[in-house]
Ligand binder design. Structure first.
Ligand code: ATP
Ligand code: MG
Length: 480
């Protein structure tokens, strides 16, 4: 007996004596051999073969119920990597050719001796196992390629990448946390690329970008006529992501009804389209991300705890850039190289002073902000190296500014106008009532500030003392 890795084999043959002989012989080598006496049973067995499909199917071509070609197709429908070996009657070479064209791995003509059959089954098992190895290697290579694009050597980042690689092949739900711009979407891409689902779709949905009803139809789809304007059936993202990965970004923004529906998909892998009754299934792997504090949302009753536990099976945290000083320098050089090439600018590097400045900046917008800072520097720098003067941190990007400052809602009874007035006064106070400075703090033009001051009836002594009234462009004077 040869040493063999375990393999799962199904034998379909209606002649009882022959079947028993075959099964007994194959069992000696491969252990797990199952048998059926008709085509129908073979197909039924294949379709509920559970998590692991059969590695090899040995089937007679002429079978009661359904013929060997139907068995072959059913095996490939279940898993195209299953090797199918077809047994044909003597003198029916045409049907053997047809089986090969349909995708059989090999055939044997009856009568055959057992050794001949075992040899072919051995090759079929090897082929199947080779396909597995190819898949693993391909996934590893894709993982390396994707990780190659993730720059940084800090231990915190490397740990996150390692964890992402380790969980990639599983179907576990992953929750990625971290401030804005830390690379959550990038790592979600790595999880997809390093999994066997890499050939399937990676579908991304930003849960904060759409109002509740639109998001519901985006995720779950809708039947025709399910609401005004739904003039066509639309497949949802869950359906689209089947066989691949569904990345739900800004998961903390889901409304309670959608949280409930999502919980159901995670529990039973079942859902239905808006306005539909048919239960649909998806096998999409779910990866979610948030830059908020989901635990705090759970405590505040804004996020379902049961859903949180389902999403938080594997937790992957990306540390803020200010906690990874080494990465700042690596990333800065990486972006500089890429941007110089893209923008065709001949800049060779950074001065020491510029690097010090980059290291000490707190990076509220994280990697995205760093990228934008380098981009501006590349565009403005006139020397061969970027110096500290080329680095401006004021306006990183819309997103990072938002995250750097989280506005609080006003107390009950306040109007937006009240808030506006309070902000103008705050800015003026901080600017020592120098209007030019207050404009910068508020991000408005001089004229606009002037107009607001007038409308709001704000005055200050210094304006009266230093300026003569009525001179163009200067502050409005209003005596209380
Ligand atoms: N380690 C890294 N190496 C290279 N590029 C990175 C790295 N981390 C982030 N980036 C880049 O920074 C930008 C922001 O990353 P990403 O969109 O993944 O952040 P995010 O955490 O999803 O942010 P948000 O919460 O705002 O959605 C992207 O252009 C991404 O490619
Ligand atoms: Mg993101």
């Amino acid at each position: 007996m040869r040493e063999r890795a375990a393999a799962r084999i199904l034998v379909a043959e209606d002649n009882d004596t022959l079947r028993r002989v075959i099964v007994q012989a194959l069992r000696e080598t491969w252990g797990s051999v199952e048998e059926v006496a008709s085509g129908e049973r073979a197909i039924a067995r294949l379709s509920d073969s559970g998590e692991d499909a059969y590695d090899v199917v040995v089937t007679d071509l002429r079978l009661p119920g359904a013929d060997g070609l139907a068995v072959l197709r059913a095996a490939h429908a279940r898993d195209p990597r299953t090797s199918v070996l077809v047994m044909t009657a003597y003198g029916t070479i045409d049907s053997a050719v047809e089986a090969m064209r349909t995708g059989a791995f090999d055939f044997v003509q009856k009568p055959f001796d057992l050794e001949q059959l075992e040899l072919r089954v051995g090759r079929a098992v090897d082929q199947r196992q080779l396909l597995d190895e190819v898949e693993v290697l391909r996934a590893e290579r894709a993982g390396r390629r994707a990780a190659g694009a993730i720059v940084g050597r800090s231990a915190a980042l490397r740990d996150a990448i390692d964890l992402a690689r380790r969980v990639a092949p599983t179907r576990s739900t992953v929750l990625i946390t971290g401030e804005t711009g830390t690379g959550k979407e990038l790592i979600a891409g790595l999880i997809h690329d390093a999994s066997a689902r890499a050939r399937g779709p990676l579908v991304k949905v930003n849960c904060a970008a759409l109002p509740e009803t639109l998001l519901e139809s985006e995720l779950f789809g809708h039947e025709r006529g399910s609401f005004t304007g739904a003039d066509r059936l639309r497949k949802g993202r869950f359906e689209e992501a089947s066989g691949g990965t569904l990345f739900l970004d800004e998961i903390g923004d889901l409304s309670p009804p959608i949280q409930a529906k999502l919980l159901r998909v995670l529990q039973d892998q079942e859902f239905h389209r808006l306005g539909g009754t048919r239960v649909l299934r998806t096998d999409a792997r779910i990866v979610t991300a948030t830059n908020g504090d989901l635990e705090a949302q759970v405590r505040a009753g804004a996020f379902r705890e049961d859903l949180y536990f389902r999403l938080n099976v594997i937790r992957l945290h990306l540390p803020a850039l200010r906690e990874r000083e080494d990465d700042v320098v690596d990333l800065a050089h990486h972006f500089l190289g890429a941007l110089c090439e893209a923008l065709e600018r001949p800049i060779r590097g950074f001065t020491e002073a510029a690097l010090t400045r980059l290291r000490s900046h707190p990076w509220p917008g994280n990697v995205r902000e760093l990228h934008n800072t380098i981009e501006r520097a590349v565009l403005t720098c006139e020397a061969s190296r970027i110096g500290p003067a080329d680095l401006s941190f004021a306006r990183a990007s819309g997103a990072s500014l938002e995250s750097a400052w989280r506005p609080a809602l006003p107390p009950p009874g306040w109007t937006l106008r009240d808030v506006e007035r309070a902000l103008v006064i705050e800015a003026l106070q901080r600017a020592g009532y120098v209007q030019k400075e207050a404009c910068k703090l508020l991000g408005v033009s001089r004229r606009k500030l002037n107009y607001m001051i007038q409308r709001m009836g704000i005055t200050h002594d210094s304006w009266r003392r230093n300026r003569s009234p009525g001179r163009g462009g200067d502050p409005p004077l209003r005596t209380p």
